[in-house]
Ligand binder design. Structure first.
Ligand SMILES: [Zn+2]
Length: 163
């Protein structure tokens, strides 16, 4: 696999695992020349690299670590386990590969992370959203926060009436 950083074609596989459905195999590779790490994916026996199109239209290699890093930051001191963070990253990758083959927009990744994070922890979700979704003004952020709080209440309420 050609290294996305220095373009040399010598690497070793550091880690290899398949997605929940087993359709996608993710391989973590290290370039033997520049020592940087990158990830390749295999779908239906075909190995490829995924690229992310950023807001400024720059194409960069997709890095799972960035998704995980963003999640960890959002989940700091929240009751979200490292395993849950990995599970969210898995779901995000499932979303990506269900919809795209070789290129995906950073906006799609951000939305997907938010959708899955919202199910797990509302506070972490708000933190993540405030960074990734450019709230136009404070009102928009407050609107989002109060919606999340309302949902939280709806989820918790039934417990009040339990024996
Ligand atoms: Zn390299």
């Amino acid at each position: 696999m050609r290294c996305p950083f220095c373009k040399e074609d010598r690497d070793r596989v550091v880690d290899s695992r398949s997605s929940e459905s087993g359709r996608i195999i993710r391989r973590r590779r290290q370039c033997l020349v520049c020592k940087r790490r990158f990830t390749t994916y295999e779908k239906a026996g075909e190995s490829f690299k995924l690229y992310v199109i950023k807001k400024d239209n720059m194409r960069v290699p997709y890095e799972r670590e960035k998704v995980v890093g963003g999640l960890q930051k959002a989940c700091y001191k929240r009751p979200v386990s490292a395993e849950q963070v990995q599970q969210i990253a898995d779901k995000v990758e499932e979303d990506i590969f269900r919809n795209f083959d070789k290129e995906v927009s950073s906006a799609f990744i951000g939305e997907s992370v938010m959708r899955h994070l919202r199910d797990i922890d509302k506070v972490a979700y708000i933190r993540f959203a405030s960074v990734y979704r450019d709230f136009k003004d404070a009102d928009e952020l407050i609107e989002e926060v109060s919606q999340a709080i309302q949902e939280e209440k709806r989820v918790k309420q039934p417990k009040l009436f339990e024996g």
